[in-house]
Design a protein around this ligand. Sequence first.
Ligand code: NI
Length: 135
Amino acid sequence: MRFSVAMPEDLLVRFDQLVARRGLAKNRSEVVRDLVRDALVEEDCALPGTEVVGTLTIVFDHHASDLQEKLHSIQHDYFEFIVSSMHVHLDQHMCLEVIILRGETGLVQEIANLILGTKGVQNGRLVVTTTGHFA
Ligand code: NI
């Protein structure tokens, strides 16, 4: 189905720059569809009861007291919702961990907050998406 949109010229110029950054494989229409899907996914992820998949990336110093043990313990408490995790040693002190979570959106965010709120976790971010299917 066709759908045309009026757009101010300066916005269109910036949009075309975005299209160019996404490479040759995507044209304006495809990038518009991607942006619409992004917005819908974001909206769905905010709806209580929605099943989401999340990647939580954290950075921490493994020397920090019993941090590793605490992080491990949280992951065992919620093992049904933790699909996988990957640990990377960044240098002699710092570690990066990517934890993949799957479950109801509120619960996934709660588990992520527990991990992010653990003393010694220096920074991190949860990125969620739906398991939904779009055209
Ligand atoms: Ni490490």
